[in-house]
Design a protein around this ligand. Structure first.
Ligand code: ZN
Length: 144
């Protein structure tokens, strides 16, 4: 079974240019509406989700840091998942939350570094590169 490609992966060049042009919150909202039709993306079934959590139960050590696994509900390719969450966390979030840029990126304040491609997450903020795939890690904020 192959995960399906959302439109932003099919028209990736057009999407990348549109994403690079996002400068304001209004731009971001427009891009999200145009490209991230998440209501129509395929979702994992409950048995896929159960299998996911069984496989991802244990934390792992990578590059000297401890990571936990994450799991997306969308049944899309790892590349699509990375692109989507990268845009959401690194382009959209800084525009939506004015304190994003100035907030110190510490675990105490709820920050984590995540790789949506590998589906791993760490509270040990450090090297910005994923130790598994070499992609740039996504900063994610979970304030509580
Ligand atoms: Zn990775």
């Amino acid at each position: 079974m192959t995960a399906s490609l959302p439109s932003f992966m099919q028209d990736h060049e057009v999407f990348s240019a549109a994403l690079a042009a996002v400068k304001t919150l209004e731009d971001w909202i427009r891009l999200q509406r145009e490209w991230f039709d998440t209501a129509n993306w395929p979702k994992k079934t409950s048995s896929q989700l159960a299998e996911d959590s069984a496989r991802k139960r244990n934390p792992l050590r990578l590059g000297g840091r401890e990571w936990i696994y994450t799991s997306s509900v969308y049944d899309i390719s790892p590349e699509a998942r990375y692109e989507y969450y990268y845009a959401l966390r690194m382009i959209g979030a800084p525009l939506k939350f004015p304190s994003w840029k100035s907030s110190p990126k510490s675990a105490e304040l709820g920050w984590r570094q995540e790789c949506p491609f590998c589906e791993i997450s760490t509270a040990e903020i450090g090297d910005p590169i994923c130790p598994k795939c070499g992609r740039k890690l996504v900063l994610t904020w979970y304030p509580d």
